[in-house]
Ligand binder design. Structure first.
Ligand SMILES: Cc1cc2nc3c(=O)[nH]c(=O)nc-3n(C[C@H](O)[C@H](O)[C@H](O)COP(=O)(O)OP(=O)(O)OC[C@H]3O[C@@H](n4cnc5c(N)ncnc54)[C@H](O)[C@@H]3O)c2cc1C
Length: 506
């Protein structure tokens, strides 16, 4: 005998939790089943080492929808975010570096040390990137996303390479490369590959700090978002259960209800089931693909979702000492995203090398440290350095053996140590998420951080719809519009659809 709910959410990632909160506030009896003992999926914090709160996967925040913060009253449940300032720091091997933030005069001083003409070019780039981001933002929460609703000139730009977009504005190699990284995050494409301008636009689409495209940190680490949403969901009456892996979702008895079966033998039924799992897990593993249209199954199998990103989290005894800006006392550049991206060719080579050799020899790195602005995350005097690195494809020939994992960490640490030579000696502990670990620990098949590429062909109406071909099954994770990043929007869109259908059925 299986217990009955109005709605069951499979997966307690931040989107599943957002869906549950909206459903419960809409009056539904809701159960969330999360396979991991930790809630939040890729939006989680863990005590990786005693006394440290580590944002295991996602680290910085911009796209979390301010409408969701207001509607779910998340500030009352502990949500608080603050802007990252300065925004970026890119050291070079010759001892020069570029530090950019929100202060126009300081940006001008930094850029003119390389090329006076790029001061105006950078301002123009920022205006144009914000315009792209604002256009994406305007459609983030659309119930029926359609590229036809996007400004035609901007839609055309989505198809172009991020390098060609940036080269229209600035010429300084390190500035070009620093700006290009937003077009590459999570994506198995190089800066000269078409479509990467959309990835850049996506990373400028956030408005959590009121300013288009600004990024920042969540107080207490990224898991604090999921914690606040879970608290709001529970306060509205949702049951949220961790360590509850779902094995199958099926319509079994012609009752119009779906049955969800768990690894512990329990089973539950509901008129609506919302899957927070990625498309491949949802349709090929949890559902019986034979019960779905072959054309739909072919689309799922053809979905581009090979992860290429590695996250290395390090416990440090002191701050990295950059040759370009020496010192281990906290300085502005320690608060910024540290890019290892000297020029666009370096980034393209990192990509091309992975395609031909299975991994980047000299990877693109984005490094973050929240401890200089939130010391509560580590024991006194200690720091956490998160390194997000590409390209390390999921399907590498090594199948991510322990040796391959250690080799990748070595490559990443050695690459950063060329710019901050004290790095190897100050590492006190480490943890790594390869694409294979993202699959095993976070539960995303193929380890793609966005549940599938955010390139043209997989954006807007070309992501999976929230209403799936199996009646009563909705997709509420990043496989649906607007895709990956910590937005909460797939969860909100799916809950709205499920609530509308539940009401229509009464
Ligand atoms: C390493 C990394 C770094 C990132 N950095 C950033 C960043 O800094 N900023 C940003 O905005 N975005 C970042 N992202 C992307 C962002 O974190 C994700 O796009 C987003 O968190 C996905 O949320 P989701 O709720 O859609 O899915 P997920 O977080 O994948 O959640 C899905 C949940 O479903 C659960 N599940 C799956 N199968 C089952 C099952 N059978 N039974 C029960 N539960 C199941 C999983 O365990 C998981 O908890 C990063 C992602 C990764 C992996």
């Amino acid at each position: 005998m299986s217990a009955d709910y109005d709605a069951i959410v499979v997966g307690g990632g931040h989107n599943g939790l957002v869906a549950a909160a909206y459903l419960a506030r809409g009056g539904s009896r809701v159960l969330v089943l999360e396979r991991s003992p930790v809630l939040g999926g890729a939006t989680r914090s863990e005590e990786t080492w005693p006394g440290y709160t580590v944002s295991t996967a996602a680290y910085v925040c911009s796209l979390f929808d301010p409408r969701i913060v207001d509607e779910l009253e998340l500030r009352d449940h502990g949500f608080s975010a603050y802007r990252k300032e300065p925004a970026s720091f890119t050291p070079l091997a010759d001892g020069r570096s570029l530090l950019l933030g929100s202060d126009n005069a300081q940006n001008a001083a930094e850029i003119s040390r390389f090329d006076e003409a790029d001061v105006e070019g950078f301002a123009s780039f920022e205006r144009n990137a914000e315009t792209l981001g604002a256009e994406v933002y305007a459609h983030l929460a659309d119930d029926e996303p359609s590229l036809a609703s996007v400004d035609p000139a901007i839609r055309d730009l989505f198809e172009t390479s991020v390098a060609s977009f940036i080269e229209r504005f600035v010429a300084t190699p390190v500035l070009q490369a620093t700006l290009a990284t937003d077009g590459l995050i999570g994506t198995y494409a190089g800066p000269r590959d078409p479509g990467t301008t959309y990835v850049l636009a996506h990373h400028y689409a956030g408005r959590i700090f009121g300013e288009q495209g600004a990024w920042g940190f969540v107080r207490g680490g990224m898991g604090a978002i999921s914690g606040a949403v879970a608290s709001a969901a529970r306060a509205a009456g949702a049951e949220v259960r961790a360590s509850s892996e779902v094995l199958s979702i099926a319509e079994r008895d012609g009752s119009g209800r779906l049955e969800v079966r768990c690894a512990d033998g329990s089973a539950y039924r509901a008129r609506s089931v919302l899957s927070n799992a990625d498309p491949s897990t949802t349709f090929l593993k949890l559902c019986d693909p034979d019960a779905l249209e072959p054309a739909f199954v072919a689309r799922v199998r053809g979905w581009r979702a090979e992860g290429v990103s590695i996250k290395v989290n390090l416990a440090l005894g002191e701050l990295p000492n950059f040759t370009a800006r020496p010192g281990t006392e906290p300085q502005p550049h320690h608060r910024a995203t540290v890019h290892i991206a000297p020029d666009v060719d370096y980034l393209q080579r990192a990509h091309d090398h992975a395609r031909s050799k299975g991994a980047s020899a000299e990877p693109m790195l984005e490094c973050f440290m929240q401890t200089p602005t939130d010391p509560s995350l580590a024991p006194p005097g200690k720091h956490i350095l998160s390194i997000f690195a590409q390209y390390f494809p999921y399907s590498t020939a090594s199948r991510w053996s322990l040796d391959a994992k250690h080799a990748a960490v070595r490559t990443i640490v050695e690459t950063l140590a060329r710019y901050a030579p004290n790095l190897p000696d100050i590492i006190e502990d480490w943890d790594v998420l390869t694409p294979a670990d993202i699959e095993a620990r976070i539960g995303i098949a193929g380890g793609h951080i966005f549940h599938g590429e955010l390139l043209p062909g997989q954006i807007f109406e070309h992501r999976f719809p929230v209403r799936t071909p199996l009646a009563g099954l909705y997709l509420c994770g990043s496989g649906t519009h607007p895709g990956g990043c910590v937005t909460g929007i797939p969860g909100r869109r799916a809950a709205r659809a499920a609530l509308a259908d539940l009401r229509a059925a009464v």
